[in-house]
Design a protein around this ligand. Sequence first.
Ligand SMILES: [Zn+2]
Length: 288
Amino acid sequence: MIHRSFVAAAGVSGLAALALAQVTVAPPRSTEGARAVAAPASSEAGRFAAGTWLDLTHAFDASTIYWPTEKGFQFEPGTNGPNPKGYYYAANRFATAEHGGTHLDAPRHFAEGMHTADQIEPSRLVGEAVVIDVRRACDANPVYEVSPDDFVAWEEAHGRQLVDVIVLLRTGWSRRWGDRTAYLGTDVKGAEAVPLLRFPGLSPDAAKWLVEHRRVKAVGIDTASIDHGPSTLFGSHVNLCKANVPIFENLDGLEQLPEEGSFVAALPMKIAGGSGGPLRVLARLPED
Ligand SMILES: [Zn+2]
């Protein structure tokens, strides 16, 4: 681990030296050195990276919301600080359930033989995101289930089908994050909490419609589960997982995304044989 860190640090030093070399070739006239260093990013990749990026991920800490039957995020601080050799050093330990906070459900979560976290094709984890806005329906009914009609309405409004996109369901629930009762319907923990869960989700029929009549890369939602809180059979999980469609749960900040045109990268921890795992989700806004 230490050796790897050293190699990474050496790599960064190498990049810094390269950047300095570029500045030496074309020295900035002003004191805005940082801008002068960034300016050479004129490639397509550089322009893409320079756009407006949003983080759709909740941070992991002791307050992060997990399923009521799971322990929360376990974080064990190491001895962080200056050491006798003169440099600062920080390294901690963590342990976590696969399914908690912003996370991936690999298809294997609810479908035998389907992809585990490490087997998901990268092309399913990156691409254009479309947002299905069901906030009004969820405000009126906190256990609302997104229906095939919601998808058809989006398609009619946007003049295109839900094909080769990451479908994100915007219930508005992420603004309740931090208040366990408001977010889950209960702050009870343990198996007795499960019948008390109340939050919106995707209807099993709509999941079936998506996999049978459209072709989506993945489906995400800003609640604790793709099936709504009262679900006991988890039909949306089953229908998506059986079709090898990954699921992203507990997303944050979907309010900031347009209904089409943003680019999302949802990169889970690559757990060999994993049924899911912690997920970092970034979105790049389209250019105006
Ligand atoms: Zn999950």
